[in-house]
Design a protein around this ligand. Structure first.
Ligand code: GLN
Length: 544
């Protein structure tokens, strides 16, 4: 087993996660089995309780782990299926250490960061190696070198290398080489200082990946090489990608990233076959058609809040050789300016997951607009609950219908707390999480798209379609297209005489990959493309 550790220096948001994921793509195509994981130094046990404003999307795994969004990149860029084991936080480390202390495992000893906390960190790597197997484990360390809370992780890495042998461990440091306009120069000092800090604690990176806006000329590479003790061919340029993150593996391959990583680890492999990946990238960059999709949410200004949704739209678009232009619309703007004004000209409407009352009425108005104007509608999790509320109110005449999440006193609580949630008092890791099976109704749109009677999808919710209203809504024309195998939980609702109106209680966006778009996303984009070539009455009216 070989181990790669990826650290970051100078500033955060350098794309360490994407660099790790890209290396995974390349190594996998060299025939190696790769696992990628993330260690996050913050004290939350998991990111499940953090706001998207703090943390971006919470990415959910098959086993229900609520994890960092970088795990989404890892799963999309490689074929690995990750688990709770693959996202360790300081919160989990300290929780385990303190539990052991209380149990008496350290009886007689003073419990300390070194060795007890560092041992706990190393134990996780051994556990992953043991349980998941494979040829290489890539571990990204969250945060930036120099952060106080990251120190135990770096110290653990240092010890780990001595335990498994230097020849089996590779350290990669991702850093910023800023361009200073006044001097018209790329500056290497921050990189030198960041690596000096690493060396102070006994870590010497063998590859330095330099995030830069300008080409990294040879003399700059030489300088970093000289000051940082890294061979010049291991100082690599990582320029901002022009079009899509999926270009990154191709760009880094040209820099020799995977080749040098394999050489450093003594791995003999063949050149990676990037044909399919390049074809996908080509469809993303140079498509022959395009659609406009409105994404109506509440964290619209946050680039990362709906990460997997945007990626899944890109994958589906590429399969149609189509660019998906996302119009990110704040649900509160729909409340202020009206759905017709905000949504005119869109070819499809997607309402992603969400929590809390703010913007809900804007989303309901958007769903109504899509239903009434025959605009393809795709609802994800909260987006399904919104579709249900809208249909109940405006088609079935259930005035005041709502979810008890937003209106505890609604006369028609068509969405209510899951039975199993009623006694839950703690907020951490307590929703209905992870993969659950769903049976599809023959003849439904979902059945047609999945080409299967049974599916498994990832979930993250506390509320559900209220069983008591099922008959009423079905009589009103809402199609229940998917349920839990015992029939008790409604998982998919559809409208039949509509170009595409599918809303699901789960998160299909977590299972979409480049070259393997999720069937529902593909169906949605297909319908949006058809809508784009057939303008609606509302569109014709707005033009004419
Ligand atoms: N807030 C809703 C619930 O808890 C929807 C959750 C979501 O969209 N992930 O059920």
């Amino acid at each position: 087993m070989k181990y790669i550790f990826v650290t970051g220096g100078v500033v955060s948001s350098l794309g360490k996660g994407l660099a790790a994921a890209s290396l995974g793509t390349l190594l996998e195509r060299r025939g190696l089995k790769v696992i990628i994981q993330k260690f996050d130094p913050y004290l939350n046990v998991d990111p499940g309780t953090m706001s998207p404003f703090q943390h971006g999307e919470v990415y959910v795994l098959d086993d229900g782990a609520e994890t960092d969004l970088d795990l989404g990149h890892y799963e999309r860029f490689t074929s690995s299926v990750l688990s709770q084991l693959n996202n360790l936080t300081s919160g989990q480390v300290y929780e385990s250490v303190i539990r052991k202390e209380r149990r008496g495992d350290y009886l007689g000893k003073t419990v300390q960061v070194i060795p007890h906390v560092t041992d706990q960190i190393k134990e996780r790597i051994y556990q992953v190696a043991d349980q998941m197997g494979g040829d290489i484990i890539i571990t990204e360390i969250g945060g930036t070198v120099g952060d106080i809370e990251g120190l135990p992780f770096l110290e653990a890495m240092r010890q780990f290398r001595n335990e498994v042998g230097r020849e089996n461990v590779l350290f990669i440091h991702v850093t910023l080489v800023p361009y200073i306009k006044a001097a018209q120069e790329l500056k290497t000092k921050p990189t030198q200082q960041s690596i000096a800090r690493l060396r102070e604690i006994g870590l010497q990176p063998q590859i330095v990946l330099c995030r830069t806006e300008r080409p990294l000329e040879y003399d700059v590479r030489e300088k970093i090489s000289m000051f940082c003790n890294v061979p010049v061919n291991a100082v690599m340029e990582c320029r901002d990608v022009d079009h899509t993150i999926y270009e990154l593996p191709l760009i880094l391959h040209k820099e020799g990233f995977d080749r040098i990583a394999c050489e450093a680890l003594g791995l003999e492999t063949h050149e990676p076959d990037m044909t399919e990946w390049s074809q996908f990238v080509d469809h993303v960059i140079n498509p022959s058609q395009e659609v406009n999709i409105a994404v109506v949410g509440k964290y619209i200004e946050m680039q990362d809040a709906y990460k997997s949704v945007y990626e899944a739209l890109t994958h589906a678009g590429a399969s149609y050789d189509c660019r998906v232009r996302c119009q990110r619309i704040d649900a509160e703007d729909i409340e202020a300016f009206g759905a017709a004004k905000m949504l005119s000209g869109v070819d499809g409407l997607l309402i992603p997951g969400g929590f809390g009352e703010r913007g809900i009425e804007g989303k309901v108005a958007a769903a109504r607009y899509a239903r009434e104007n025959q605009i393809p509608y795709f609802g994800l999790c909260l987006g399904m609950q919104i579709a249900t509320i809208e249909y109940a109110r405006n088609v079935c005449g259930l005035e005041g219908a709502n979810s008890t999440e937003f209106d505890k006193n609604s006369p028609h609580p068509v969405v209510c707390l899951l039975e199993e949630q009623k006694d839950v008092t703690e907020k951490g890791h307590s929703m209905r999480l992870g993969t659950w099976v769903c049976d599809l109704k023959p003849g439904s749109n979902a059945y047609r798209l999945y080409k299967s009677a049974t599916i498994s999808e990832r979930h993250r919710h506390r509320f559900e379609f209220n069983e008591h209203y099922r008959k009423r809504l079905e009589e009103g024309g809402l199609v229940i297209a998917g349920t839990s195998p015992d029939g008790s939980l409604v998982e998919i609702v559809e409208i039949a005489d509509h170009p595409f109106y599918v809303a699901v209680q789960f998160h299909p966006e977590f299972l979409s990959k480049p070259n393997a778009p999720h069937p529902l996303f593909a169906g949605f984009i297909g319908a949006a493309l058809a809508a784009a070539s057939n303008p609606t009455d509302a569109e014709l009216a707005s033009v004419g």
